[in-house]
Design a protein around this ligand. Sequence first.
Ligand code: NAP
Length: 326
Amino acid sequence: MTISGKAMVCGVMGNPVGHSLSPMMQNYFAEKLNLDFVYIPCNVPDEQVGEAIKGIYALGFEGINVTVPHKQRVMPYLLEIDEAARCIGAVNTLVRMEGGYKGYNTDAEGLFRAVKRQGIEVSGQDCLLLGAGGAAKAAAYMLMKHRARSVAVLNRSPEKARILADEMNRLFQRETMKAMDLSEYPRLDKDSYLAIQTTSVGMHPDIGYAVIEDPIFYEKIHTAVDIIYTPAQTRFMELVKQGKGKAVNGLDMLIYQGIIAFELWNPDVRVTDQMTDEVRKMMEEQLYRQDGMERFKNDAEECNTHRIYGSRKNLCGKDAGKKDGP
Ligand code: NAP
């Protein structure tokens, strides 16, 4: 890979970013497409987000991905915010424009492409959304935008589910989404669901847990995406498969949100399916090899003890320990 003095410079900012696979993915696309492009990790302390954005603009960065915990924090420093990002309330990609950056959210569309890859059209589906946190908002927006028939959002804190459902119903001007407490799942009234699991339960290192264990619940799920991608197979995915459903993890969502960002910075190129498959293989090798989880070790050490629905376990719930997105 040759980087000239005129190379387009992009990157990822977060805190921490040491675990990020985005530099590997983005630089791989550039190499395959023979682009003069380089992508670097930028660890930005929480109180220096504004300075960092001014700094990358002055340095001529074409754009940057934004990951935990800065996805909301960057918003006041942007010139413009794309409609989807505004509705979701979080930005994960900045694209340079005259005088500053425009913010986008590529998580929602990344998830849509991951679902599509399973041969599933969201339109007309009865859907389940587990969780009502930041990632659930992107998932909710995607399900509404692509015209799911119904969406039941189940969360440990039902008030958060209600706020999310009200917000989405108001935004899309239809009563598609209804909120439920997690424990109310026996009241679900449809026969067959597309399920999106967005809680952090079951994520490395606290593998082996799912928010619901009851096998009867899983018999109603025909296809599921658990947006967690460490481990490769979560307890939730295992339970869906035992109920005869199809289940995938969140690695495709991560890859597709990155592809959408790459194509925003390089609008004249398209990442092919073959390149997508190659990058998935490389990422799987990094993540799921014997010592693959080492990359998360420092993050995991910062985890606190959190309450799991129904039992008490060590859960990685702090921002500093999260490793979603780019
Ligand atoms: P968040 O805003 O902190 O939300 C966490 C969600 O999990 C909330 O709904 C929370 O419920 C629920 N939860 C946490 N601990 C629980 C427990 N013990 N029992 C029941 N529910 C529990 O986090 P986030 O940013 O949405 O991220 C969630 C997950 O998505 C993380 O694992 C992250 O790595 C992953 N992610 C993946 C991608 C990808 O590209 N694949 C992108 C983004 C995020 P309460 O509301 O009751 O607290």
